[in-house]
Design a protein around this ligand. Sequence first.
Ligand code: NAD
Length: 340
Amino acid sequence: MTILVTGAAGFIGSNFVLNWLNNEEGDVVSLDNLTYAGNLDNLSSVAKNSRHYFIKGDIGDSELISSTLEKYNPTAIINFAAESHVDRSISAPDTFIETNIFGTYKLLQNTLLYWEVLTEKQKKDFRFLHISTDEVYGDLGKDAPPFTEENRYIPNSPYSASKAASDHLVRAWYQTYNLPVITTNCSNNYGSFQFPEKLIPLCIINAINNKPLPLYGDGKQVRDWLYVDDHCDAIRVALRDGTIGETYNIGGNTEKTNIQVVQLICKFLDNLKPRPDKISYTQQISFVKDRLGHDRRYAIDATKIKKHLGWQPKETFESGMEKTIKWYLDHDEWFDKQGL
Ligand code: NAD
């Protein structure tokens, strides 16, 4: 079994490639056009692995995608490739529309052309697994139940709207052309290799560099947090046992306000790498002007994937955060290369 992983040099994609090579058989073809968020260092540990191939390229490049599919003959495509940072989508939405919508369309269409000429057995075994977000469901009221797969799509940012559009395209390629797709909608991931523009790595790097730890507005926005390796396990399970045409919500059962997240980071750092003056890192917390249209709460009900596929997260927020913080502290050379 060979799989094609798009967006493989990004945060979740690279964790997934490593997780897959550790746990499954067969080859992995990693494809990524190496935007600012893509980093080949994330895959350096498998650079010489004979089961791993890397291709630099765009999911919207039909010629490249079709020749890659012809050459490697994958039995599954896992599509992580996307523009993923909400702030960037607000200031410069173009690439979000280009990659998340048009790129996904091109990838689907080229996948369909490839899939249509497979043998009946190969067609049956093939999967296109699309990675999406809980943000497509929009802003959740304070006391509302967490998002299930039945929630309406009410995206509020250019990022979430572009992801919602991609989810609809994926669904349409199933309903219209029978392409065997599965979509997963996950909550906020955290763990190794996350580009340090996102809250957790940003706060870790800023803390140890004696810079402010920025929190939007009152810091009380609620998110569900999912340890990236738990997410990768869930994707493997969905790929193996998921039902074609279904969507699965994946979450960490961990609703936290942003301020709680940053306080926990400070608590770990106070123990693991105390400031020279021994004052808590919490004194570096700084409230900044809120993001435009900032959703207050997202939360995931992951009952479906637990009940139907038997997956649930292994890490608690504390255990996952401890691993994450230790990883960043041990990899300062990785931070240094991010060009921030
Ligand atoms: P990321 O920004 O770290 O990585 C995205 C990767 O895609 C990068 O390596 C980038 O170079 C690559 N890429 C971008 N445009 C491309 C294109 N046109 N062709 C090929 N490669 C391209 O993102 P991430 O956090 O790893 O997220 C991966 C997926 O998971 C995304 O689809 C995102 O929407 C989704 N997601 C992420 C989170 C999270 O918390 N990080 C939560 C929910 C959903």
